[in-house]
Structure formats: C-alpha cells, structure tokens
Design a protein around this ligand. Structure first.
Ligand SMILES: *[C@@H]1O[C@H](CO)[C@@H](O)[C@H](O)[C@H]1NC(C)=O
Ligand SMILES: *[C@@H]1O[C@H](CO)[C@@H](O)[C@H](O)[C@H]1NC(C)=O
Length: 530
C-alpha cells in the first residue's frame, strides 16, 4: 500500500515538475501601477486649490522629512500628466491607480464650492488614460485630508462621514460615467494608527487613548456612506466597483504556542478595518471587542476605548464592498513580550493591548529600510487569511513593491521582489483557490514618499528631481514588468544581477529546484517500480 502511495506521490511531483508548473496568470487577471495625488502632483497652490494637512505640516516644519523635501512640486504631474499616461502606456498597463486631491476639487473641503480647474484636471487625466486603453482606478482619499476638516478634529469627528460623503458625491457625479473602479480611503490603519495615535504621519496627533479608535469607526462610516451613494445612484447604470484599501502586514506566530496571539494581532491590525465590512455578522471582531473592553476597564475607563456601533450603524457598514483592495509589503513574527520588555513597535496598534512583540524573522531578507522585511510567502498567507475569513472575496492587490535607497537603473532587488511576490500570488491562486483578480505595483515612478521624502525610491521609472521637467526613465524593473504583462506570465527573462548591461537569462530559480526534485522523484519511481 505504501508503495502505491509513493508511486502516486512521485507521479504527482513529476507531473507538477514537468507539466504543471504553469506560470501563466488566469485569463482576465489585470496588471497596473499606482501613485497618489500629494506624492506626485505638486502644484500645491495653483488656481483655487485648498490646503491639506500635508501642505500645512511640511510648510511649518520641512525638517520632519528625512531629506527636508516637501511635496510642493513632487513629480509635477499636475503639469506633466501626459508623461504619466505615456509611461503607463509604454508599460502596457491594464489600469493605472491614482488618487484625487480633495482640496483640488473642493477648495474649502466642503461642497459649497467646486473647483472648475480641479474637475478639469482629472477629466484630462481620465480621458487621456481611456484614450490609450488604460482603465483608471481612482482613490478618493489618500492621506491628504483638507486642513479645514482637520481643524474640526479630522477623522476623530463623527461628522467627517457626511463631509466625506459630500465629497464622494461630487466626484462620482463628475467621473462615474468613465471610472468603473473606486477605492474610498487608502490604508485606514495608517490614517488612524499612524496619524492619530503615534503621530508618525500628518496630522501628527499623538494621543494614545481614543484618537485611533474613533478614527477607525469614522473611516468605516465614511467609506460605507460613499459606497452606498455609488450603489444607489451609479451601480445600476455603470456597473462599477467600490472598495477600501487595507494594508495588512502578515503576522506569523513565532512558535506554535503563539498562534492564538498572532491571530488576535491579525484581527487587531486588519480585522478592525475589515470585519465590520466583510464579515457575516458585521461589527468589530468579537475577540477584539472583548479585549478592548477588558483592557479599557483595567485602565480606569468606564467604557471601551473602542467605540460601539449601533445596530443601525452596523447595518450601514456591513456588506459595503465589491472586492477586497489589498496593499501588502511586509511581514513580522509575533510573540508575547517578556517581563520588563516594552511591547511594540507601533505599526500594529494593539501591540500594547496584546502585550506583544513584533519582529523580523532572522531568516527573512532585510531591505534598505528596516520597515520592509522581505518575506514573499507572507503575501500568500495574507491572501489565504482574507479568503478564509471573508468567504472567498475577490481580491485586487492594489499595492506591492520595494523601496530602495539607490536610484540605480539596474534595480535587481526590485525585480526579485516583484517576481517573488507575484510567484506567491500565483500559488495562492492556483494551489489554494484564492480569487485574486489583479496586481498593482507601487509605484509607477519615484515620488514623494511621505516621511522619507525622496530618499526612498519605489519607481519602475526613475524620476530626476533635479530636472525641471522631472524626466521619467524606465528602470530594468519596468522592462521586466512590461514583459510579464505582455506575456501574461511570470515565466519571462529576468535581467541578470551582475552586469551593467541589461542581459537576460532565464533565471527561474524555482524551475531548477523543481528539476532537481523531479530527478529525485524519478529516481524514487525507478527504484519503487523496478
Ligand atoms: C506657489 O508656491 C511656490 C513655491 O512652491 C511659490 O514660488 C509661488 O510663488 C506660489 N504661487 C502663488 C500663486 O502663490
Ligand atoms: C473561490 O472562488 C473561485 C471562483 O470565484 C473558485 O474558483 C475557488 O475554488 C474558490 N476558492 C475557495 C477557497 O473557496
């Protein structure tokens, strides 16, 4: 019997080795690249554009950014949008994800005044993309909140849900006839936990108690109201899709005993921003609700720091999705903090509440920035977690990419990163049955990378920030990505590491590994059969 089993296993291995290792993407799988308004547009003071929280923060204190740069000009895409369409077309992108600047459309932040120039700018961009056969995917809010709204408490004020809905209504009414894919809010975990808790990003509110949790509830309400406006007024006619972009770091248990803690940490980081929308019962993840209630009591609060939802609010939020928008870059292992050890670090809020330590696995590759640890299997596990928890929802990867210090045109590290993360995505689709419908590189081009300024490069295209024309030049990764799109397959030549020339070799590390395994299995097969 065991012999028969061995033969079957060997045959299976042989089959996947010689025949089944198919690096093709499913038909209909789409490729794109992304940017955001503040990071590329510049033109912070043209026409009647209003001021946002990044304008304010960095004009007051440019030294907050690593290299003292600010986004006043950035890639100057407000004037050079034709260049952006040109390079998106050169790559053969199926779609281009960009964001709309709220204060370019509504200078006061409110719908009392709509900017003609603002509306026209995005009309030109959307029409230009469509004329080249590139689908626009539009984010309504990517970190650049109107200062007027921040003055009223920003995301900690519950009224923001209606103000955001007002803004969404104006945007939809102008572009829904041509834009079919929407993202309401980018990375609420960063907006809330980095903006209203640890004070890492604008508006840099440092408030460890309520800020991030109020924000958490209000981004969900804002998203839900916008989703419902689209659903009621436009979906029947234009059949578009609306989602919210979450950015989970994959969290892996350090050892088997830590699995429960790791799962709580996942629910703290991703579940708080997803369960109320995607889960069967709506509302917060029950384990997190209980944890926060107990923890708040211990801290002397007469109520939970995690605000409650009324039944009506729960219903407003639940089910407001058409797909899951996933931004993913990196992973961590989780273990309990030891006696006397500070829990943390900040980037999963909840490390304090969970008394957890998040750290890089010693075997994972560290990138130029210690924040990004490279663990390609993490994306497969994250996809599987979402697939399982949210009933096989279709997933669009809306950001993935590597930040480097070097602006080298031969960006082998970026090529390997994109290759390896795409390979794991393929495995999630083909081996695990996940419903991943597309993949987006962050970013189309180098841009203003928030607190890292221009020191962190993410671009498939290099941008020369000393050139008034901000010349965009393709890196080796651009050629690589273009080839993947063209062949709809990951089985394309990778530019080799060790030469200044872009030479191509068929460096498919996995195939040589599989050939070895194949030979080994063949050996087995022969010895078992004869
Ligand atoms: C806009 O800001 C730039 C600096 O980024 C400045 O040189 C220019 O004078 C400003 N223009 C207006 C109209 O205020
Ligand atoms: C998810 O749905 C797709 C079709 O949409 C299906 O092919 C796949 O088997 C499903 N996967 C799981 C894990 O249920």
């Amino acid at each position: 019997m065991w012999r028969l089993k061995a033969v079957v296993i060997s045959f299976t291995v042989l089959w996947t080795t010689c025949v089944g290792l198919d690096m093709k993407f499913p038909p209909g799988f789409k490729f794109g690249a992304a940017t955001s308004a503040y990071q590329i547009e510049g033109a912070w003071n043209v026409s009647d554009k209003g001021i946002n929280i990044w304008d304010t923060m960095l004009h007051k204190n440019p030294s907050l950014v690593s290299d003292g740069t600010i986004g006043d000009v950035a890639c100057n895409s407000y004037h050079l949008w034709r260049e952006d369409i040109h390079i998106a077309h050169e790559l053969g992108l199926h779609f281009y994800r960009f964001s709309i600047s709220w204060t370019r459309i509504l200078p006061t932040g409110f719908p009392n005044k709509v900017s003609k120039d603002g509306i026209n700018y995005y009309n030109k961009l959307v029409n230009g993309l469509i004329s080249k056969g590139i689908e626009p995917i539009v984010t309504l809010q990517h970190f650049d909140l109107p200062q007027s709204i921040q003055n009223l408490g920003g995301w900690t004020n519950p009224l923001i849900a209606d103000w955001f809905a007002d803004y969404a209504r104006v945007v939809f009414s102008n572009y829904a006839d041509r834009v079919k894919s929407w993202i309401t809010i980018n990375e609420p975990l960063m907006v809330c936990d980095a903006g209203y808790n640890v004070g890492l990003l604008a508006p840099k509110v440092t408030e460890p108690w309520l800020g991030s949790f109020l924000c958490n509830k209000h981004v969900l309400m804002a998203h839900a109201k916008a989703w419902r406006i689209y659903d009621e007024n436009y979906k029947g006619k234009y059949h578009g899709k609306v989602s919210i972009a979450n950015n989970p770091i994959w969290l892996e248990a350090k050892s088997e005993e830590d699995e429960e803690l790791a799962e709580l940490a996942r629910q703290f980081g991703v579940g708080r921003y997803s369960d109320p929308i995607y889960s069967k019962d709506g509302g917060w993840p029950p384990a997190i609700e209980k944890l926060m209630s107990d923890y708040s009591k211990k801290q002397g609060f007469p109520y939970s720091r995690l605000p409650t939802f009324t039944e009506e609010e729960k219903k407003i939020i639940q089910g407001t999705y058409d797909y899951y928008s996933l931004n993913h870059y990196t992973s961590r292992v989780v273990r309990p903090a030891r006696e006397g050890e500070e829990p943390g670090p900040w980037y999963v809020s909840g490390s304090k509440e969970l008394n957890a330590i998040l750290e890089a696995h010693p075997r994972w590759r560290v990138s130029d920035f210690k924040y990004i640890v490279i663990y390609p299997e993490g994306i497969r596990r994250q996809i599987n977690w979402i697939t399982k928890r949210y009933n096989n929802v279709s997933i669009l990867i809306t950001e993935n990419g590597l930040g480097t210090k070097s602006s080298d045109m031969h960006d082998t590290a970026r090529i390997n990163y994109i290759h390896d993360y795409l390979e794991q995505t393929l495995l999630a689709i083909k081996e695990d049955g996940a419903n991943v419908i597309g993949y987006t590189v962050w970013s189309l081009m180098d841009n203003f990378e928030w607190m890292f300024g221009h020191t962190m490069k993410f671009g498939l295209y290099n941008v020369d920030f000393t050139d008034p024309l901000r010349k965009r030049t393709p890196r080796a990764s651009a050629h690589f990505f273009k080839n993947i799109i063209k062949h709809h397959s990951l089985d394309v030549p990778r530019p080799s590491h060790d030469t200044r020339e872009i030479k191509y070799n068929n460096a498919n590390s996995i195939s040589s590994l599989y050939i070895l395994i194949g030979l080994f299995s063949l050996g087995n097969l022969v010895s078992y059969c004869f």
